[in-house]
Design a protein around this ligand. Structure first.
Ligand SMILES: O=C(O)CCC(=O)C(=O)O
Length: 328
């Protein structure tokens, strides 16, 4: 029997009319016009093996070794297995410095700045592709996932000629925390006229409803995912609704992936994520996903307050309904 797929603890209906597999569109790479039209039509494009697997696995090794320094990864097992640790160093580490080091590692950059990725996103953007200054590497611990949302309200303060790439840094089966997109959602009028007109910071957005069946029936057709392999890349538009399955991997393994954004050369990108001295979502915060579940109120599922020395403030402010993982 296939493992249970859940989002936010709720089971997903995997009957064929509600759930399916992502189609690999790699064969369109030598027909740029057709590829761009397909992306426009579907709101996403999945490429199997776009990047060299060894480049991706070198990034995995680099990132997991860094997370092991915090005790996030237990190196009594092979680092590459990504087994969750006791997080013993998390309370005292300077997370501002740590997250900067993760985002700027040479092997990590070799993935998100890879020529094949820039060329491919360039085809989809219809212009030379420029990476956003900020990047979003993610370690997702057992039990954690990502709520449903579109990237538009978080990324579209300036140009709308931009897109998101989600890249697994290792093999990820759906039940191990794979990304899931809602087919048809990018042309859903209800989203276009409501949610997608908002600015996440100004309007204080949280995740959309947690119930996958409710979200599917309101905004789209079928949930799509796959078993991701190192080298695969999923590209999606700012109006494509997506989330990630809860990580229910055996052996306490973490999911490691990265998401990054690219815009068309000549456009002005969202200043929240571009330029120097960024302070995303205001205040003293670092991108450190997980450790609890707050429906993303005040961005807390992904952004954590730190003190003046970069140390995690575990009791995240205003987490009135939150459930920090260490209190469960
Ligand atoms: O990897 C995840 O858990 C979520 C990624 C995501 O939401 C994104 O790439 O926009």
């Amino acid at each position: 029997m296939d493992p249970l797929l859940t989002t936010g603890g709720l089971p997903l209906d995997t009957s064929p009319e509600r759930f399916g597999q992502l189609d690999d569109v790699s064969e369109l790479l030598d027909r740029p016009g057709a590829l761009a039209s397909e992306f426009e039509r579907r709101g996403h494009a999945f490429f199997r093996g776009l990047l060299p697997a060894d480049t991706v696995l070198a990034a995995r090794q680099e990132l997991l070794s860094k997370y092991a320094v915090l005790g996030e990864i237990d190196d009594r097992w092979p680092i590459m297995d990504g087994v969750a640790g006791d997080r013993g160093g998390l309370g005292t580490a300077n997370l501002r410095a740590f997250t900067e080091s993760v985002r700027t590692g040479a092997n990590y950059e070799a993935v998100i700045l890879h020529e094949r990725l820039l060329d491919t996103t360039g085809i989809l953007l219809g212009a030379e592709s420029v990476p956003f200054s900020f990047r979003w590497p993610r370690l997702v611990r057992p039990g954690e996932g990502c709520g449903f949302h579109c990237d538009g309200p978080y990324m579209s303060r300036a140009t709308t000629r931009h897109l998101s790439c989600w890249i697994p840094l290792g093999r990820i089966e759906p039940h191990e925390g794979g990304l899931v997109v809602l087919d048809g959602s990018h042309r859903n009028e209800r989203l276009a006229e409501g949610y997608l007109t908002k600015d996440a910071d100004i309007d204080g957005l949280e995740w959309l409803d947690a119930d996958p069946e409710l979200v599917r029936s309101k905004y789209g057709e079928r949930w799509l995912t796959t078993t991701y392999e190192p080298g695969d890349v999923l590209v999606f538009s700012m109006s494509t609704l997506h989330g990630a399955f809860d990580n229910r991997a055996t052996g306490d393994r973490c999911r490691l992936s990265t998401d990054s954004r690219y815009y068309a050369l000549g456009e002005t990108p969202d200043p929240r994520w571009n330029g120097e001295d960024l302070a995303p979502h205001g205040g003293e915060r670092v991108f450190y996903p997980g450790l609890g579940s707050w429906a993303n109120a005040d961005f807390q599922d992904e952004w954590k307050y730190v003190d003046e020395r970069g140390r995690l403030v575990l009791d995240v402010r205003d987490a009135s309904n939150g459930t920090p993982a260490n209190e469960s």
